[in-house]
Design a protein. Structure first.
Lengths: 420, 420
């Protein structure tokens, strides 16, 4: 246990099989409050709140204050945070919205996979890495974490724009492409060769899953919901939706796709019924608790010690630049026809690597494909790309002051209903 | 990690510092769905849902199916579940409601501490235990877990009755008395003597904390809320309430009182403002996710293996009977003036030992004051008293069919607002 604290005069600590309730709650309290203080400070600086929450994780985490160590519990809350976040984004995205931008999303995803992969690969080769290591650095740059962009656009009130939908669609496709890239690269790292038959099968499963949910998800749910509504337990539809969200996250995981892709598809399958059954409000209350752990959890992963070595620091900065340029150029070129501004919105929206990049880096470290230094570099890239994107998005979407406060208005309106 | 599962073709498991997202989400999914299936079955049998959720934990837990093992994560979710549950009960309890029943609550708590303590002590002595062990068995019977009763009464729509308030007030006082008993008993177990000066100080801190929150909590919050409302972050009042709830839970823990007492006091401090700011709805959505982990988590603690030994089984049954009679008689006698039915409601409402009893048992095991057999017996008592009380409460409160469905009506009404 990371959190053994004194538990009053009874001294209920230390023995096997016991849990320290107070220490656990203190850990969660510190992380939660730090994240929201970071959010408040950044809101006041007219910067995106998500960046403040990530920075709060850096500060209270093991790199600066050591108040909170990453643990199984903070990881679980963080993962639930991003799962519920993507589920909510799914609730606001109808399958037809995605299908309408399907071709563009496909091209954006392809560009956003190819260019960062190539840039990362040659960067690492240039720095004397082996081919397997270089492949892994490239693969780590491929990962996109759509959670951050979704959170920023949702809070700015831009989730229903065409570019937001292109980003969401591209993120789903990007995740499947990333899965295939990672399968090839891991194969090389393990055995020196990739089992392309197996990998084709993996791709087939993942694509079938996404297409099935896209085309039949809403219909299946339209049939299931009345039955769930007839259950005797209270809040059966809301609880059923939680179960469905977790189920698809697990299925996605078994197919090798990120859990958040499953959660997004689960939300989308309920998007047509969502408004009527009031799911959004329930999940809003639920996810507001978890999301600070997701954001601060990303910040806790930074390794500042690596930055004291000048050559590593230079590598961090250069690879971050390549990671940003790779996605911005690779993802905006395919949609230049929408105009420069919108193309940039899409490109920047795909920049955050977030927790997906961190997972790839940990996999590479585990396989021995990444050295400790390169691991720290990739972590740096994952976190910094995640923090760079939100302010750029806020600029690019140039929110009107009125639109900026859409979220707060909604809250006030809800409270208004409550009172009446 | 308890949950290492294959994670698709990438095989992202096994290496140090990595987390298995899919395995984690699967664990939570199984526990959550099992609990709600248990609830649904018991609702259909016209039995309290909470019992079905506890039984679900027994079945999927390490004693029967081995699908889920208790871990730091399930413990954390369980603890958050009961903390948010008691916070919500606090939201519905104004300080004046408690003060109005203060004298009765004090007597109920005193009776409910004294009689079970004496019964447990002599039972253990009779079975050849040492004096220290006997004291610990007595102390374990003192613990009351008000979460279960609160959940049952809230779902039946009886949280605003006089007897419910007596139970809540008595539970808070019971917790302080239990703290003092445990401090004395632990002192004997550790050093053969109790430091009464230290224990008096502990009692003073705990009592001051409760009285301060009772008399000044609402006033402090009335001043703090407008400032929190002015924060720039979205949902600032709701998020501030979460922070406040966790803060008081931690403070309570440091004072040696149960975290749920802090959460209850935090909710009560916001009870006067709660309706206006719509806190209840937010916390309802939040706690509905966590409470299944609390209930199923209790079930996961049962050790069925001990029941195969006939003499241990007899001890389990006898001590459970004493635990029930101790609370029913000890808590109902002081309020006999309310009439036999109401006195019984109070007595039965105090019967569940739940997670508080489990914590005391673990402490006793850790101090060497309980043998493995007695530990299993006390766990049995904690879980079975928790499962016996809800059906009795449902009978004693004899809900009208209309009142039974109060909760569902409220949900429908909310959805109605949503649509309009």
């Amino acid at each position: 246990m990371d959190w053994v604290w004194a538990a009053g005069v009874v001294g209920a600590t230390g023995s096997e099989g016991e849990h320290d309730v107070t220490g656990l709650l203190l850990t969660l309290l510190v992380l939660f409050v730090a994240a929201k203080i970071g959010a408040e400070i950044f809101e006041r600086l007219r910067q995106p709140a998500v960046v403040g929450e990530i920075l709060a994780g850096v500060i209270v985490g093991p790199q600066v204050l050591h108040w909170v160590e990453p643990s199984e519990v903070t990881f679980a809350l963080s993962e639930l945070g991003v799962v519920f976040l993507l589920f909510m984004v799914g609730l606001e995205t109808k399958p037809s919205d995605l299908l309408a931008v399907g071709r563009q999303a496909l091209l954006v995803a392809a560009g956003g996979v190819a260019l960062p992969m190539v840039l990362g690969y040659f960067f690492a080769l240039h720095h004397g890495s082996t081919q397997v290591t270089a492949l892994f650095v490239g693969a780590a740059l491929v990962a996109t974490s759509v959670g951050i962009t979704a959170r920023v656009l949702a809070r700015l009130g831009y989730l229903h724009t065409r570019t937001a939908r292109i980003i969401l669609g591209a993120a789903v496709i990007d995740d499947i492409l990333g899965l295939l890239v990672l399968a090839v690269v891991s194969g090389f790292a393990r055995t020196g060769a990739a089992d392309f038959r197996q990998i084709a099968l993996t791709g087939l499963y993942a694509i079938s899953f996404v297409l099935f949910m896209l085309f039949f998800g809403c219909r299946v749910m339209a049939r299931a919901l009345p039955a769930i509504d007839r259950l005797r337990i209270g809040q059966s539809v809301y609880l059923g939706a939680i179960g469905f969200c977790l189920t698809l996250s697990v299925v996605a995981g078994y197919l090798g796709v990120a859990a958040i892709v499953g959660a997004f598809l689960a939300g989308m399958a309920l998007s047509e019924a969502s408004e009527e059954i009031g799911l959004h409000r329930h999940f809003d209350s639920l996810s507001e608790f978890f999301i600070p752990f997701f954001l601060a959890g990303i910040g806790m992963h930074v390794k500042l010690s690596s930055l004291t070595n000048p050559s590593v620091l230079v590598m961090c900065l250069v690879l971050t630049l390549l990671a940003i340029l790779g996605k911005v150029i690779g993802c905006s070129l395919p949609v230049l026809s929408l105009g420069g501004l919108r193309a940039m919105q899409v490109g920047v929206g795909m920049v955050p690597r977030g927790e997906v990049g961190i997972i790839v880096a940990q996999l590479g470290l585990g396989l021995g494909a990444l050295t400790d230094d390169l691991f720290a570099v990739v972590l740096f890239v994952a976190v910094v790309t995640t923090m760079v994107a939100p302010p750029l998005l806020a600029l690019l979407y140039k929110p009107e002051p009125r639109v900026l406060h859409v979220d707060e208005d909604a809250t006030t309106a809800e409270v208004g209903i409550d009172i009446s």
